[in-house]
Unconditional design. Structure first.
Length: 740
C-alpha cells in the first residue's frame, strides 16, 4: 500500500459533493510539500472520498493516498481533513451561504448582516422569528446541520489516531446525539460503538487495534463474546456451547486460551449473560424461554373464565355455515380447544387448519377474539376470512419509544388469542404475546411443523410440539380438493422426506389433477437463470402483484435475490425512466419493493408503521435537481392507505422485491410463484426450505432447480437443529413456576 501524504492545500474547484453520503470530489492546489503530489494539466490534483464539504479558496491540512477513480481518473483518496473553523463574520457568512440554499442563507443574513451567526446559534441568542420561511422545526434542522458539521471536525481531530472517516463519525453522532458524547464513549470504552448500526465488532476492533489498544483488553473480549452470540442468535440459536465459544474467540481475537477462559468464567457475574457448565447465552434469550414455560403453565393451569355451553350444537351450526362436515380428527381438535386454556393445532397444507380455527372461534362466539401473525400478509388472509386479525406488533400496540403497550401489566382485552403461523415467531415475540394474555383466558397456537423455523432466535413452536407437555392435535387428513393440487400433494411428500424425482428425471414435469405445479429439474445449473427469466416473461402482460419469484440466497450467485431483481426489473419496468440509485439497486416508478426492517415513523405525520417484509410499489419519484435537495420515492404499501414518502436517507430501508428469499416469503400466500434454487445454496437445502417455498403458492407454482439440489434437500431434515433452552426446560420435572 502507498504511504499516506500529508500537506496543506487550497481548494481550486468543487467537482462533486453529496451532503447525504458525505462523498465528494475536489480539485486542490498544494500549498506545502508540492513535490509529493503529481499535478495534472490544470496545475492541480484531484481528491475523492468521504469528507466534509470543502470550500473554494479555503486552506486545509489533509492526509491523502494515491488512487484511481473510474470516472475522475488518477488522483488521491482522502484519509483525513483538518478543518479550520470559520471564526470571523465574513467566514461564517461564507460558510452559511455554501451550506444552505440561497433562500435560506439570504433570509438569515438579511436579519443578521453583521453578526457571528454560528456563535449565536451555539449560545442560544439566535432568534428565528422574523426570518422568512424558517419556523421552529426548520430552524432546528438548519442549526443542527450547520453546527454538527463543525463539531464533527473537532471530534475527528480528537480521534485522529483511529483514522475514522467523516461519514462514519456522522453516523456515530446521529446515534449518540453529540460529537462530545462520541469522544467520551471512545475514551471510556471504544467497543461501546458496537451498539451503532453499521459498527460491528470487526470494524470497531480495527479502530482499536489501529491506535494500539491491548489485544487482551477485557472490553475487547466481552465485545467479541457479544459478537459471537449475536451471530448464533441470527442463526436461530439461543445458546452456544462453552467449548465452541472458546474456539471461536481464540480464532477471532488471536489471544491465549487462558485469557479467554478468565473472561468467560467472569460472565457469571455479568447480568448481560447466562452461564452454566456447558452453555453460554445472552441472558435475555434464556429469560424469554424460561418465562415462556412459566407463563404457559400458568395460563394452562388457571381457572377458565370462559364458559361454553351446547358445544355440539355450535359445532353443527359451524358446519352448516361453512357447508362442510368436520372429520373425526377435526372435531377432536375443536373439542380440545374448548376444554383447554392452551391448545396447539399443527398440520400440513390442505388438512383444514383454517376451517378448524374458524369453527373453534365460532364455538366461542360469545367471547372476543384476536388472531395475530408475524407477517402482514398472514394477518390480511385471516381478516379476509372474517376473523379479527392483526400483525403481532399491531395487536400488542408497538411504540418505537415505549415498546409494547400490552404486556404483563396491561393485558390484552380479548378472551381468545390465536397465534397463527407460529413457527415464524421467535422467542421474544412469543414471550411478549404470552405475557399480555390474562390468566383464565385462552391461547390457541396454530402452525405447520414442516415449515422453516422462526426468523430470529429460538424454535418455540417446534419445541412445544416435541415436548408434548401442552394439549395438541395434529391434523393429518388432506381434503379431497387439496389432494387434487399438485402443489400440496408434492409439498406434503417432501415434508415427509419422500423424493418426487429420481436422478434420471430431467426437464418439465407436471403434477396434480389441477396441473398447478410445474417442476423443471435441470442437470446444468447454468441454464437455471435463463429459464427463470423466460418464465418471468410469460407474466409480462399479467398482474405482477399476483406473481412472486422466490429464491435461496440474498447476494451471492446468478440466481441470488440481488442478481435476479436487477434482471427481472428490466423485464417488468422501463429502464429509461428516471431513477434513484441506492446501494445495489436503481429505483423507478412502478418498481415492486419490500420494507427491510421496521419503519415506525413513516407517513406525513410520522405516525404510521411499515413493518419488515411489507411489499409495496413505487407510484412516483422526485429526482433531486442539486446536491442540496433530496431524492424522494413515493410508495404505496400493501395494507396501508396513505402513500408514504421515503427521503433519500430512508431508501436504505427498502429493496427491490421482484425476487425475495424463501425466508422472507414465510407467512405469505401468493397466487403464482416461481421458486428457484441450485446447489450453491447448500447450507439452506433441507425439506423445510423446499416445503415452505412450494406452499407459498395458492394457484400455481413453477420450480426451476438443479435436480441434485432438490434431492439433497428432500433427504435433509433440519427440524430441531437449533440450540434452545425451551425444550429441555419443558421436559424437566415440575419446578417452582413462581415469577422470579
Amino acid at each position: 500500500m502507498s504511504e499516506d501524504i500529508e500537506l496543506k492545500v487550497k481548494v481550486d474547484r468543487k467537482m462533486f459533493y453529496n451532503s447525504e453520503s458525505s462523498w465528494g470530489v475536489f480539485a486542490l492546489k498544494p500549498v506545502t510539500n508540492k513535490d509529493l503530489v503529481k499535478l495534472n494539466d490544470y496545475n492541480n490534483f484531484v481528491v475523492n472520498g468521504n469528507m466534509p464539504e470543502l470550500f473554494v479558496d479555503k486552506e486545509y491540512d489533509i492526509k491523502i493516498r494515491p488512487s484511481t477513480h473510474p470516472k475522475y481518473g488518477d488522483g488521491y483518496s482522502i484519509v483525513h481533513v483538518t478543518y479550520q473553523k470559520p471564526t470571523s463574520i465574513s467566514e461564517q457568512q461564507e460558510y452559511i451561504r455554501i451550506m444552505l440554499t440561497e433562500k435560506q442563507s439570504s433570509a438569515i443574513l438579511e436579519k443578521y448582516p453583521n453578526h457571528l451567526i454560528l456563535d449565536m446559534m451555539k449560545d442560544g441568542t439566535f432568534d428565528y422569528n422574523g426570518v422568512k420561511n424558517i419556523g421552529e422545526k426548520n430552524y432546528k434542522k438548519i442549526k443542527g446541520y450547520l453546527l454538527d458539521n463543525l463539531d464533527i471536525q473537532e471530534s475527528l481531530v480528537e480521534l485522529k489516531d483511529l483514522n475514522i472517516t467523516f461519514a462514519s463519525m456522522k453516523k456515530l453522532v446521529e446515534h449518540f446525539g453529540t460529537p462530545e458524547v462520541v469522544v467520551k464513549r471512545v475514551q471510556a470504552n471504544i467497543y461501546s460503538l458496537c451498539e451503532v448500526k453499521g459498527f460491528g465488532f470487526l470494524k470497531v476492533d480495527a479502530y482499536a487495534l489501529n491506535r494500539g489498544d491491548d489485544k487482551e483488553n477485557p472490553n475487547r473480549i466481552i465485545a467479541a463474546i457479544n459478537f459471537v452470540l449475536a451471530s448464533e442468535e441470527s442463526n436461530g440459536n439461543t445458546w452456544i456451547s462453552r467449548s465452541a465459544l472458546h474456539n471461536k474467540l481464540i480464532e477471532l481475537l488471536q489471544v491465549g486460551e487462558d485469557v479467554v477462559n478468565s473472561v468467560v468464567n467472569g460472565l457469571a457475574n455479568n447480568k448481560q449473560f447466562y452461564l452454566d457448565e456447558n452453555r453460554v447465552a445472552l441472558y435475555k434469550n434464556y429469560f424469554y424461554e424460561r418465562e415462556i414455560k412459566k407463563r404457559l403453565y400458568r395460563l394452562h393451569n388457571a381457572k377458565s373464565k370462559l364458559h361454553i355451553k351446547d358445544v355440539e350444537k355450535k359445532i353443527a351450526e359451524a358446519e352448516k355455515l361453512a357447508g362442510i362436515i368436520y372429520s373425526d380428527e377435526q372435531r377432536e381438535a375443536i373439542q380440545m380447544a374448548v376444554e383447554n386454556n392452551v391448545f396447539i393445532l399443527n398440520g400440513k397444507g390442505g388438512v383444514g387448519k383454517t376451517s378448524v380455527l374458524k369453527a373453534i372461534l365460532s364455538v366461542h362466539n360469545n367471547y372476543k377474539h384476536a388472531c395475530c401473525a408475524l407477517s402482514g400478509k398472514a394477518s390480511k388472509i385471516m381478516s379476509s376470512l372474517g376473523l379479527n386479525a392483526f400483525t403481532i406488533h399491531r395487536l400488542l400496540g408497538f411504540d418505537p419509544k415505549l415498546g409494547f403497550k400490552h404486556n404483563e401489566k396491561e393485558k390484552l382485552p380479548y378472551h381468545v388469542v390465536v397465534i397463527d403461523e407460529a413457527s415464524m415467531s421467535n422467542v421474544y415475540l412469543m414471550y411478549s404475546i404470552i405475557c399480555a394474555i390474562e390468566e383464565g383466558m385462552k391461547l390457541i397456537i396454530v402452525g405447520d411443523g414442516g415449515q422453516l423455523e422462526a426468523i430470529g432466535a429460538g424454535a418455540v413452536f417446534s419445541d412445544l410440539l416435541k415436548s408434548e407437555v401442552f394439549p395438541q392435535k395434529e391434523l393429518t387428513q388432506v381434503h379431497r380438493q387439496a389432494a387434487k393440487s399438485g402443489i400440496l400433494s408434492s409439498a406434503n411428500e417432501i415434508r415427509e422426506g419422500r423424493q418426487i424425482v429420481d436422478t434420471s428425471t430431467l426437464g418439465k414435469q407436471v403434477y396434480g389433477e389441477l396441473k398447478d405445479f410445474v417442476l423443471f429439474p435441470l442437470a446444468d445449473k447454468q441454464a437455471i437463470k435463463e429459464l427463470t427469466l423466460d418464465v418471468c416473461r410469460t407474466f409480462l402482460n399479467k398482474n405482477i402483484d399476483d406473481f412472486q419469484v422466490i429464491t435461496a440466497l440474498k447476494a451471492r450467485g446468478d440466481i441470488s435475490v440481488k442478481t435476479l431483481n436487477n434482471e427481472i426489473q428490466a423485464i417488468f419496468n422501463d429502464l429509461n425512466k428516471p431513477s434513484v440509485k441506492r446501494g445495489a439497486y436503481e429505483y423507478r416508478e412502478g418498481d415492486r419493493v419490500i420494507q427491510s426492517g421496521n419503519n415506525y415513523e413513516a407517513g406525513e405525520n410520522f405516525d404510521i408503521s411499515v413493518f419488515n417484509g411489507t411489499i409495496g410499489k413505487i407510484v412516483d419519484l422526485e429526482k433531486a435537481r442539486n446536491d442540496k435537495e433530496k431524492d424522494k420515492l413515493y410508495i404505496k404499501f400493501e395494507g396501508i392507505d396513505e402513500v408514504i414518502c421515503y427521503m433519500k436517507e430512508q431508501i436504505d430501508q427498502i429493496e427491490l422485491a421482484y425476487a425475495i428469499t424463501c425466508h422472507r416469503s414465510q407467512g405469505s400466500t401468493i397466487p403464482y410463484t416461481l421458486f428457484v434454487f441450485d446447489y450453491s445454496a447448500y447450507t439452506l437445502l433441507n425439506r423445510q426450505f423446499v416445503y415452505t417455498g412450494l406452499t407459498r403458492a395458492s394457484k400455481g407454482c413453477v420450480v426451476v432447480c438443479e435436480g441434485r439440489a432438490l434431492r439433497h434437500a428432500v433427504r435433509t431434515d433440519s427440524a430441531g437443529r437449533r440450540n434452545t433452552f425451551l425444550l429441555d426446560m419443558l421436559m424437566e420435572e415440575e419446578v417452582d413456576l413462581s415469577v422470579r
